[in-house]
Design a protein around this ligand. Structure first.
Ligand code: FAD
Ligand code: NAP
Length: 494
């Protein structure tokens, strides 16, 4: 990958590196804009792709805090959803597209560099004409209810990170010894975790789920998963493809209370088509007699899952030891208003349900990177207009940190293209002043060196990738992810 390949084998201060760095400095500073992107998920890569495609001379450096790239494409997308990893919605091959971008001779990837810790955004702004913040949403929303920190309660974010090999969650060791699990929230992440908890082992075994989590799930006692929503069936946040997958999950049967769905057929006549079709599927599954094949599959199922509506979590109840969760108390709600904007209002009635495993799946949350960068703590986003960070010329944002933690890869792609377009317009109109020569990675390199940080290049990642694929082959899976960053770094130490 162009000049970044030139950085792979250097040792700090070697004459070869100085020469390569110098020639790059001459060729790039003189010619075009130096841009960097913070984060190597879909937002980072799609922003880079658009900039490189539409500006012949732009150079884009992508900084990533983990040694390995691709953000939630690697650490979020469920292991049994490889079709998403290899084809975004029929057209593109996400990881191949990102790899092509990284292979451009005007693009470089620097993993193992945490912006805000190893290098500040101010330092990046001194080195680049434009800095795009695409660092996603690394935390999760909390319920703020008593008992939320009891043993047996996990955020879906941590659980997903655990089964997908995210280094910070590799030691989660969720307690899967209870028969009933409660997933709070009714979005696609909630469906992902429910499906992974209930999927047949022989399905999971062929995926890139981590070895450790597969072993834990093999011993799991979980037989029943409830997905709990504070509003009604017309307000669920998951989508039809994911619901259909759940309904067809081998070895399981759905538990849908007909009373929740009776009469919905009339209400949905005027709702937008995707919501209408989704509701029709729920209504059909809850109210219609299943076909012969389905009926026999449901009858022989050993596991089950269900949707509970109009229940808002009030408290996680402790077991006698005061440490472990034993259940949850929920407010029964009614809806005020209708449609997407209907609000859940407590009726005064409460309900308690026994369960030892609770997964809170109420959404992810972005964090501020640096106190000098504008951040809206309520919305959890960087305030921006079309990706231009408010009050901070030269600073941009894309992806979940720009618009909040919702939207699939294609949504993130579109909004990243919009941000890249804003950068291109600002280059064209002179808002970004190219007469100020910027050194790009050359000046960041010396900062990293002085702080003892060793960046991982894209071809380093390709070595890690090859090692993972080779390990996976032995186990009959697409890859065996390395979960320890130190082990990744050892594989690429020069
Ligand atoms: P991310 O993908 O989170 O990327 C952000 C990157 O920034 C990460 O690599 C992170 O390590 C890095 N970073 C963070 N802080 C720093 C820092 N300080 N310095 C340097 N780097 C940093 N969409 C689909 O289309 N299909 C799916 O099947 C699907 N499944 C999903 C499953 C889950 C569990 C989740 C949560 C989302 C899923 N999505 C799916 C949505 C999709 O993943 C998002 O739309 C997309 O990943 C958002 O992209 P992003 O680049 O903004 O954030
Ligand atoms: P989400 O779609 O926003 O769903 C969050 C859920 O949590 C909603 O049901 C919401 O209910 C509920 N919730 C929020 N706050 C709550 C509270 N205080 N108490 C009770 N419930 C609360 O978020 P997500 O599931 O994390 O998904 C994030 C994005 O990634 C989505 O766009 C999703 O489509 C995408 N994704 C896609 C896939 C896929 O394509 N296969 C897989 C995973 C994720 P209310 O509506 O009542 O607020």
């Amino acid at each position: 990958m162009g000049s970044s390949r030139g950085h792979i084998c250097w040792k700090w201060g070697s004459p070869l590196r100085r020469l390569t760095g110098f020639s790059r400095l001459l060729s790039t500073a003189a010619l075009g804009p130096q841009i960097c992107v913070v984060g190597s998920g879909p937002a980072g890569f799609y922003t880079a792709q658009h900039l490189l495609k539409h500006h012949r001379l732009a150079r884009v450096d992508i900084y990533e805090k983990l040694p390995v790239p691709f953000g939630l494409v690697r650490f979020g997308v469920a292991p049994d959803h490889p079709e998403v990893k290899v084809s975004t919605y029929r057209v593109e091959n996400v990881i191949n597209t990102f790899t092509q971008t990284a292979h451009s001779d005007r693009c470089a990837y620097y993993g193992n560099v945490t912006i805000g810790k190893d290098v500040t955004v101010k330092e990046l702004q001194r080195a680049y004409h434009a800095v795009v913040l695409s660092y996603g949403a690394e935390d999760n929303r909390i319920l703020g209810i008593p008992g939320e920190n009891l043993l047996g309660v996990y955020s879906a974010r941590a659980f997903v990170g655990w089964y997908n090999g995210l280094p910070e969650n590799r030691d989660l060791k969720p307690d899967l010894s209870s028969e009933t699990a409660m997933v709070l929230g009714q979005g696609n992440v909630a469906l992902d975790v429910a499906r992974v908890l209930l999927s047949p082992l022989d399905v999971l075994r062929k995926t890139d789920i981590t070895e450790g989590s597969l072993a834990a799930i093999a011993c799991s006692k979980v037989k029943r998963v409830w997905l709990v929503g504070r509003r009604g069936p017309l307000q669920v946040a998951f989508t039809i493809k994911e619901l259909r997958e759940m309904i067809n999950l081998p070895g399981t049967r759905p538990l849908l209370d007909p009373a929740d769905f009776t009469g919905l057929g009339d209400v949905i006549k005027d709702v937008p088509r995707p919501r209408k079709r989704l509701t029709e599927l729920m209504v059909k599954s809850a109210l219609e007699k299943p076909g012969e094949k389905e009926a026999s599959r449901w009858a022989s199922a050993t596991k089950e899952w269900g949707l509970k509506f109009r229940r808002s979590p009030l408290e996680v109840l402790p077991a006698a030891d005061g440490k472990q969760a034993r259940g949850i108390r929920m407010a029964v709600t009614r809806l005020e208003g209708s449609g997407e904007s209907a609000r859940a209002v407590p009726t005064g009635e409460v309900e308690e349900l026994e369960c030892g495993l609770i997964l809170s799946s109420i959404g992810y949350r972005s964090l501020p990177l640096d106190s000098l960068i504008p951040f809206d703590p309520k919305l959890g986003i960087i305030p921006n207009s079309l990706g231009r960070v408010q009050g901070a010329p030269g600073l941009y944002c894309s992806g979940w940190v720009k618009r909040g933690p919702t939207g699939v890869i294609i949504t993130t792609m579109n909004d990243s293209f919009d941000t890249a377009q804003s950068v291109l317009e600002d280059l064209q109109t002179g808002v970004l002043n190219l007469s100020n020569s910027k050194e790009g990675f050359e000046s960041v390199r010396s900062i990293l060196h002085s702080r003892g940080v060793h960046p991982v290049t894209f071809s380093d990642w390709e070595k890690i990738d090859a090692a993972e694929v080779a390990r996976g082959k032995l186990a009959g899976k697409p890859r065996e992810k390395i979960v320890d960053p130190q082990e990744m770094l050892q594989l690429v130490s020069h």
